[in-house]
Write a new protein. Structure first.
Length: 550
């Protein structure tokens, strides 16, 4: 069905006339003209979204001094999306019996009883009523407040004299923001490039405002927003680092809620600067603020308070004190081809840095493994295994979760003597230590303890190929064919290697190490005698891989 409107306006200054004609089809998701909703059996629009299009053509006629008629033609369309509620058959018949839909485009009038059928409207409401008045008025403003001369292109039409075309106005650009091929063809625009008439050449397409100045296209603003997010990303990280190092979240956990002045007093800092830090934390969703009083969010209490069960406090401070410097000098690292001086992996804790540094490295590893341990040990059913050996298991965080999840399993944590001597600092209460042992050794040089299940957590990515192949051969030789399993916890890259988290992490890996995709891990394990390989993306810090000795 169509709905038409013809209107005439007079300009008291130049004596022009404006004639406009509109056509209103209703299109559903199948892009077919919807003639009626009068069939309750079909319920064609019930519970669905459809589009109401109004096409408008405006002819602006002016009589010149030589009595020749000059016309300007502007045409545009407006789209509004309308979603109907789920309509019962009784309601439809009641509406039909009212007689209202018999003379309406699409069978309903949103401004009258038809409005009760509508659940939501996205766009110009008056467009659904019958005419896009707001858009129409903008076009009239363009006609009577013309742009600079260099933005006007005269176009010759067969049936009427020269017409001034305003197709490069910003509103027309917005009109054509849909994927309409007709609109793109009319403008000669594709991906921000204008094709000149009569040639295949292209030039950058930059809309102009009515004052002749260039307007930034909407798609450019969206792209710039991405750049701004990246530019400001380090500021958000540093805000988190500063608040954590100053133990702002701890102070608020102890007192419940404090004013900026009270927090500044507790951390011995400037009141003005402290308030700015607190407000930034509010903007990042780390704190809440009510009537100048600050308190922790649930997120902060769970992960940012230093003594919380799943606290990230140690890793945040490590990122600030060590990883930050790696990324600060990333350009030099890339040019010189050298790896970072230090990584959070326990191999850093090799006894050469002193007891305090060793213990701190272990705290960093412990807090991150506690966060992800449950997702790792439950990614696959490991209940059939009675014994496990966690190679390089550090503080035993993964072993704690294994013992707590599988009542029959016994776990042996195998790591360097310098690591094992600190492991007692990280043992939780109420754990069945009869099923948990710690053994000193070097998994590269020493014989491996016997076990049904071997575990490699955050080991593979940090080893050069020679050492990695040597270790996997040792594990393969220690396994019983068809019975023993291997559980791996690592960041797994997506196959296209486009997801940023693993790739950014790879920037801090030693030169000889590497992150791998699931396919690469599968090939690596198959080369060392493993099959029935399963890969699971956990959505946590680490992903999981399980394989059985062939």
């Amino acid at each position: 069905m169509e709905q038409s409107l013809t209107c005439r306006t007079e300009d008291k200054y130049a004596n022009p006339s404006v004639f406009c004609q509109s056509f209103v089809p209703l299109l559903n998701s199948m892009s077919k003209v919807t003639l009626t909703i009068l069939s309750p059996a079909s319920h064609r629009l019930s519970g669905k979204e459809h589009s109401v299009f109004t096409g408008v053509a405006i002819v602006h006629c002016t009589s010149q001094e030589d009595n020749q008629l000059e016309t300007d033609i502007i045409d545009f369309y407006e789209e509004t999306k309308v979603k109907f509620a789920e309509l019962s058959e009784d309601l439809l018949w009641e509406y039909i019996d009212s007689g209202e839909p018999m003379d309406k485009a699409g069978g309903y009038g949103i401004q009258a009883l038809g409005g009760m059928l509508v659940e939501s409207v996205h766009g110009d409401f008056l467009n659904v009523v019958g005419f896009p008045l707001n858009h129409f008025c903008k076009k009239l403003a363009e006609m009577y407040y013309r742009p600079a001369k260099h933005t006007i292109h005269r176009v010759k039409h067969d049936s009427i004299p020269y017409v001034e075309s305003f197709e490069n106005l910003s509103d027309v650009e917005k009109d054509c923001s849909t994927s309409s091929k007709t609109c793109e063809a009319k403008k000669g625009v594709h991906d921000g490039v204008c094709k000149t008439r009569g040639s295949g050449s292209s030039v950058p397409c930059t809309p102009r405002l009515q004052n002749g100045l260039e307007e930034t296209p909407p798609h450019c603003s969206q792209k710039l927003a991405k750049i701004f997010d990246l530019l400001d990303g380090f500021k958000a990280s540093k805000t988190l680092f500063a608040a954590s190092k100053l133990k702002v979240f701890d102070k608020l956990k102890d007192k419940g809620a404090l004013k900026a002045m009270e927090i500044a007093d507790k951390i011995n800092a400037s009141v003005h600067r402290t308030e700015r830090l607190l407000d930034a934390c509010v903007a990042l969703g780390l704190l809440e603020k009510t009537h100048q009083v600050y308190r922790n969010t649930e997120l902060a209490n769970m992960y940012l308070v230093s003594d919380a069960p799943f606290s990230f406090h140690e890793y945040i401070n490590y990122s600030n004190d060590h990883l930050w410097s790696h990324f600060t000098h990333l350009d030099s690292t890339i040019v010189e081809g050298r790896g970072p001086h230090e990584t959070p992996h326990k191999k850093t804790c090799d006894g050469t840095h002193g007891p305090e540094v060793e213990e701190r490295c272990m705290r960093v590893n412990h807090c991150t493994l506690k966060i992800t341990a449950r997702d790792i040990v439950t990614a696959f059913d490991l209940s059939k295994y009675s014994s496990a050996c966690d190679l390089g298991g550090g503080t035993g965080a993964l072993a704690h979760e294994l013992v707590g999840t599988y009542p029959e399993i016994k776990v042996n944590v195998f790591d360097l003597p310098e690591i094992i001597k600190h492991s007692s600092l990280f043992q939780p209460e109420n754990l069945d230590f009869r099923r948990l042992t710690f053994t000193s050794g070097n998994f590269i040089e020493d014989a491996l303890p016997a076990a049904d299940l071997y575990i490699l957590s955050r080991v593979i990515h940090d080893l050069p190929d020679e050492k990695l192949n040597h270790l996997l051969r040792k594990v393969s030789d220690a396994c019983h064919p068809g019975k023993s399993g291997l559980l791996i916890a690592e960041i797994i890259l997506d196959e296209d290697k486009k997801e940023p988290r693993g790739l950014l992490q790879a920037l801090t890996i030693n030169e000889e190490g590497k992150q791998r995709s699931g396919t690469e891990y599968k090939k690596l394990l198959e080369n060392h005698g493993f099959n029935r390989i399963q890969i699971k993306t956990t959505g946590n810090l680490l992903d999981a891989i399980f394989a059985v000795r062939r």
